[in-house]
Design a binder for this molecule. Sequence first.
Ligand code: GLN
Length: 543
Amino acid sequence: MGSTKYIFVTGGVTSSLGKGIISASLAKLLQAKGLRVTIQKFDPYINVDPGTLNPYEHGECYVTDDGAETDLDLGHYERFLNVKTSQSNNVTTGRIYHNVISKERKGEYLGKTIQVVPHITDEIKSNFYKLGESGNYDVIITEIGGCVGDIESLPFIEAMRQARWELGATNVLSIHLTLIPYLKAAKELKTKPTQHSVKQLLVAGVQPDILVCRSEYPLPTDIRKKIALFCNVQLNCVIEALDAETIYDVPILMSKEKLAERVLSKLKITNNTKPDLNEWKAFLGRHKNPTNEVSIGLVGKYVELPDAYKSISEAFVHAGAENECKVHLGMIHAESITKENCKELFNDLDGILVAPGFGERGIQGKIDAIQYVREHGIPFFGICLGMQCAVVEFARNVMGLKNATSTEIDPKAKHPVIDLMEDQKKITNMGGTMRLGAYDCELAKGSKLQSVYGKGKISERHRHRYELNNEYLKDMEKQGMIAAGVNPESGLVEIIELADHPWFIGTQYHPELKSTVLNPHPLFVKFVKAALEQKKAETQVLN
Ligand code: GLN
């Protein structure tokens, strides 16, 4: 624990108020003042991690360098802070119980009756403090998922209460994010839901220090006063959080409301440094004042839920800003694509990205899309399953292997150009057993990829069970599909590219997971550039 200070962020009234963005924005402001900050997320659901959850349930599963399958909010933390997260940054109720039950089975509790209080709450607290023990952080922000008042968040709120009691009010701070709805008919902002939400916290023994109030309209002083009085917080600790044009505006909005200053004064941290947000503001300037625009199609099967592709769409925001270019990202349902409608569907698009995914649904649409863009010189970017589909398409339509496929689709495939990795064949447990996390990759000399990255050795994050079957590699390369990057230890092909195409790249890894505001990913930056060039070429043809 040392001298680390803890900030807890809870939410009330409704879910989806943006606790992750508020936490990331506060962390950004503290970081901009020179403090060492990280954010962790505690989720009250019973899955041990979100790795086994369908994207429709929970959006994208974000993967860290150390191979943790985590909540998508960790992606926001990394994108805002430009600092890596790890397994310890995301803990669920499932993991807490898993740990406690394992200890019980080992007899570590010496015959005691195991109860929510103190055993579950002790386990939660020891996880609250884990990252702080390294001495690497001045401040740790802990976001508690869900809403106060939910049965399942109770042990977390209780652990938070105990943490404050144990460490004292100058070391533990409670921020509550709430909603101030506007009633159109009454033309009024309403504070009652917030009062009720704070009461829920008070029943659990937690008095929030700061209220961050989401609102569609500015909060007038009388409303702020009312909230302060009824919720027992200081007037200047009622923070207004207006709807923002982009999530990347939120640190600036919070800076205007002096959120970081309030936090520091409550935690008795003396720091008068003016936050250095110059690079951040420069990014916002580029993002909001594009000099050009491109349209890119994202082909996937979870497109009804944009959160399923969160890191990809954010990577395009970063790459767009880098190119001073607005990227219009259109979602295309893989199941809606046929050989016949590609021309019409892709007519106004300057590039196509085929997304990651699992299972057979939508595969044929992805393959048809890839054939079209390959044959028409349209910039293509395939990620994970998208890369695997590109290999299948190439095998079928260029190498003439009619039945080529992935064994994920047909376990008895005649030409399994994508096959289960050897060490995956014996695995029966689904959770945490894919090839996960960062692996090294050596780039082929003279490949496009080497010039994209500007170096020969990279490390990128993975989440898959299948891989390119190296038995087909020689023939593939003979016909023009090159293995542009290989893992040096295993020989697994991590990247494919086509030599005779303006931009046709597939990665077995997920580059989107490493793109941040201050470090846009070079593959996305160059893909947007390729799309811009495609657009220019198209316009010239039309003129
Ligand atoms: N389903 C594929 C595999 O497991 C691809 C996974 C992905 O796109 N993340 O290998």
